[in-house]
Ligand binder design. Structure first.
Ligand code: COA
Length: 160
């Protein structure tokens, strides 16, 4: 079986990340190339033999906790279909959690269509009202559903 590794993204990866997110547009909130570039310091990517096989990003949300103990959202998580179920998604999420632990956040949240995956990583489902700010600022810009407030994504949270 091919091995893989996870590393922080660089600006040189931005176009590949943009294309990868676009490929997974059915599950991920769209991002422009400009947005990927300006948030590149919050991206990690998984590689196998030089090929990008997964990515993840994070965003700190002071509005979801409080200024001293904000919540962190896992964003733009995807693994290339042929490489799924090999632990890459887990390593990407645990890498983000390892990184953000340095900031002492309250918890990590995700809005997801893959609750089984996040459940296996210790996340539990929470009412969407817990992430209401995200719904107003992030989801309102998403064009995937006719109404972002009735989007079937599930809110999940893991305490830090
Ligand atoms: C969700 C996703 C990132 C998982 O990546 P992955 O590399 O296949 O996940 P892993 O192999 O690390 O799986 C970790 C655990 O989750 C479980 N799991 C993985 N995908 C699952 C799923 N769709 N449903 C239920 N459990 C799942 C695995 O069985 C594994 O558990 P185990 O270690 O106890 O066997 C991948 O399926 C994907 O890219 N999906 C499309 C994009 C998406 O939905 N992203 C999430 C948006 S927030």
């Amino acid at each position: 079986m091919q091995s893989f590794s996870v590393r922080p993204a660089t600006l040189d990866d931005a176009e590949r990340l943009f294309a990868f997110i676009h490929l997974n547009r059915d599950q991920l909130v769209p991002r422009s190339l400009g947005n990927v570039v300006e948030t590149i310091d919050r991206f990690f990517l998984a590689e196998s033999e030089g090929e990008m096989v997964g990515c993840v990003a994070y965003q700190i949300h002071p509005e979801l906790g409080d200024a001293k103990a904000a919540s962190v959202e896992v964003q733009s998580l995807a693994v290339k279909s042929a490489f799924r179920r090999r632990g890459i998604g887990r390593l990407l999420v645990e890498t983000v959690i390892g990184r953000v632990k340095a900031f002492c956040p309250k918890d990590v949240v995700a809005l997801t269509f893959a609750p089984g995956f996040f459940g296996s990583l210790g996340f539990v489902e929470v009412p969407k009202t817990k992430v209401m700010h995200k719904l107003y600022t992030g989801c309102i810009n998403c064009a995937k559903h006719t109404n972002p407030f009735t989007c079937p994504e599930i809110a999940m949270m893991r305490s830090i």
